[in-house]
Design a protein around this ligand. Structure first.
Ligand SMILES: [Zn+2]
Length: 641
């Protein structure tokens, strides 16, 4: 969900296509949220009462006047008992809202209020797997938690009311079940407003009846929906639509509700949704709510929120449209099962916006998107994608960790797996019947990546999901015979939670001639590891990770003499002829000696022998690699008769 847009005036002047530019503070609303987190916490934790009922249907009838911050509602809930004998039904509802009555089959039921919970004892207990329903009449001024659960404001002089419940705000404006284990299978939302206003919401607009006094809009949604994704926005909306065409002559609308004063510019920018929709259909599979609609409702906040089938948007930039659209797959269709897993929503949606830059624009913005996110992540030496404290809303929606680092975790997975298995894993995850229209965890996603990768990702997730920080590389290289280079890659880490990041490290070697460049992928398994590379031309310079595949800092890259790169082992004589002697320092034990020729071939390997016969080797330069109990030393030696 949610970002703040920042206008970068300098870039605006210099660069075209402002609405498509990656925004450096796009995601960063941390400070604001942290200020409000204490207010919003409400010490909300999932209660056992969430596991007594399965909400199968909710019909919300609301009366809203956007001039007045007030809600009057009638909520009918159909539920199935998932316990042997259900004697009461519980709803999350903020104590500031007044419950007028609770009805069941034309009879009033009693109720209790305790700690933002509405408890309704049933006159007849409900047996396991049986269904019943209850209607709650309530009204009041929703509690002001500070950050927009139910907001009244103005745009160009017109009043607006909009809601934004994520993560724990729904109960501040309607009786619901704030659960991450049960979606409402089906909803009808009926909003009555004074004439001149219209209400945008989830699902299909079934009817809109207007008379001199009021407008009533009926929205029907027949897909499961998580409580925090139910939303309404009411103001004097203008409307326009585009159409998305699907195979077999199917189609659905992109239905947009915008402020009348922004109609023209919005029409222009929102059009980008069509290309994005086709791209995501191709990358991830068909839009999950294609029987109904997708849409946008403009609201009075500078960011966006991915309400199901109707994203609320402050403005219509490329990245914001893309991000909220991606949430329809990642977050809405498949929802996290704990706020710990917030990256399954935000990391995926953030990366999907990156993929939009990569695939839909001309290649100009994609490297900039990567640079922006990469540099933001490494601006602090610590922090994990994993959220350990889910009562801290500021941490859940930390832009650097849940959004950017979550996105980069995916980008690095793509680097180590390759494009095809990576995207196949994402589609398999989305098609998994265990999560479709339900909930998922990091563990499930990881398993899908492992299945198509064909190898374990335990270590990767330890480093990049639970672990904090990033590797800091330093590289020394020395030019050898035949323009080959000997390279030594050292690594420190920015945070003690990870001792070593085991990653394939991309390096690019450039020659002096224009066009001379070659990429290598160094499988880095320990610090101080040496690599012999043959670029095929004389090296001019070397760059680590020029395409920003991995998170890292580069401490230095330097040219060095061979002896600076390697610790001189005790070999003699050098040059050698028929015999080569190896001596290890006192206290160390010689394990193996490897003699490698300039083509990288291992020509001699001995175990625990310090007197090596070399009479059969052709004249030339050799790398002598000596493994001892203390480690590995490498040196050069020349053979001649
Ligand atoms: Zn988001």
């Amino acid at each position: 969900m949610k970002y703040i847009l920042l206008i970068l005036i300098v870039l605006f002047v210099v660069l075209p296509a402002f609405s498509q530019m990656p925004d450096s503070l796009f995601i960063e609303r941390k400070a604001e949220v942290e200020r409000l987190a204490a207010l919003k916490k409400l010490s909300f934790t999932e209660d056992s009462h969430h596991h007594m009922t399965d909400f199968t249907y909710q019909r919300m009838e609301w009366i809203i006047n956007p001039k007045v911050k007030y809600i009057k509602g009638k909520i009918t809930t159909r539920f199935t008992s998932i316990v042997d004998l259900l004697s009461e039904v519980r709803f999350d509802l903020h104590d500031s809202l007044r419950v007028d009555s609770v009805m069941q089959r034309n009879e009033k039921l009693g109720f209790l209020r305790e700690n933002h919970t509405l408890v309704i004892p049933l006159s007849q207990p409900v047996q396991l797997n049986n269904t019943d329903s209850i209607t709650i009449f309530y009204q009041g001024t929703p509690f002001e938690s500070g950050f927009g659960s139910f907001v009244q404001s103005y745009h160009a002089g017109s009043p607006i009311i909009w809601t934004l419940s994520e993560p724990f705000g729904a109960m501040e404006w309607w009786p619901c079940k704030q659960s991450l284990t049960d979606k409402i299978d089906s909803t009808d939302i009926i909003v009555t407003t004074p004439a001149g206003y219209r209400a945008a919401s989830n699902g299909i607009l079934v009817s809109e009846s207007v008379d001199n006094e009021k407008c009533q809009m009926v929205w029907k949604h027949r897909y499961p929906i998580a409580t925090y994704l139910v939303a309404i926005a009411v103001t004097d909306y203008s409307e326009f639509s585009d159409t998305i065409f699907l195979p077999e002559n199917r189609n659905f609308p992109v239905q947009n509700f915008v402020f009348p004063e922004n109609l023209e510019s919005a029409r222009n920018n929102v059009r980008q949704t069509v290309d994005l929709m086709y791209l995501f259909n191709e990358l991830f599979g068909e839009y999950p709510f294609s029987n109904e609609k997708y849409g946008h409702a403009q609201f009075g906040w500078g960011g966006g929120m991915e309400h199901q089938t109707m994203s609320f948007m402050g403005s219509f930039g490329f990245e914001l449209i893309s991000h909220e659209l991606a949430h329809q797959w990642f977050g809405n269709y498949i929802t996290l099962s704990s706020w710990k897993d917030i990256w399954l929503n935000e990391g995926f949606a953030t990366y999907a916006a990156g993929l939009s830059y990569e695939n839909l624009l001309d290649g100009f913005w994609w490297p900039r998107w990567k640079r922006l996110n990469h540099d933001k992540i490494i601006s602090n030496p610590g922090g994990s994608v994993y959220v350990s404290d889910t009562t801290d809303v500021g941490r859940i929606f930390d832009g650097r960790l849940s959004y950017s680092k979550g996105a980069y975790l995916l980008h690095m997975l793509r680097w180590i797996m390759g494009d095809e298995p990576f995207f196949e894993a994402i589609r398999n995850y989305l098609n998994d019947p265990l999560c479709a229209y339900g909930f998922a965890s990091t563990e499930i996603v990881k398993r899908h990546f492992e299945t198509t990768a064909g190898f374990s990702l335990d270590r990767f997730f330890e480093q990049w999901y639970f672990g904090q920080g990033y590797p800091v590389y330093s590289l020394r290289y020395s030019i050898m015979e035949g323009n080959k280079i000997m390279l030594k890659l050292d690594q420190e880490t920015s945070h003690p939670s990870v001792g070593f990041f085991e990653m394939p490290v991309p390096v690019r070697i450039y020659g002096a001639q224009p066009g001379d460049s070659i990429d290598f992928r160094l499988t880095h398994t320990y610090s101080g590891q040496e690599f012999l590379l043959d670029p095929g031309f004389r090296i001019d310079r070397i760059v680590i990770d020029p395409d920003l595949w991995i998170l890292k800092k580069v401490s230095f890259i330097s040219k060095a003499s061979f002896s600076e790169i390697t610790t001189q082992p005790e070999i003699y004589p050098n040059p050698f002829s028929d015999r080569l002697f190896v001596k290890v320092p006192p206290g160390d034990v010689l394990r193996t000696v490897e003699i490698i020729d300039m083509d990288g071939r291992l020509v001699v390997k001995t175990t625990a022998i310090s007197d090596i016969h070399t009479g059969d080797l052709p004249n030339g330069q050799y790398i002598i690699r000596i493994h001892t109990d203390r480690g590995t030393d490498t040196s050069m030696a020349v053979k001649h008769h």
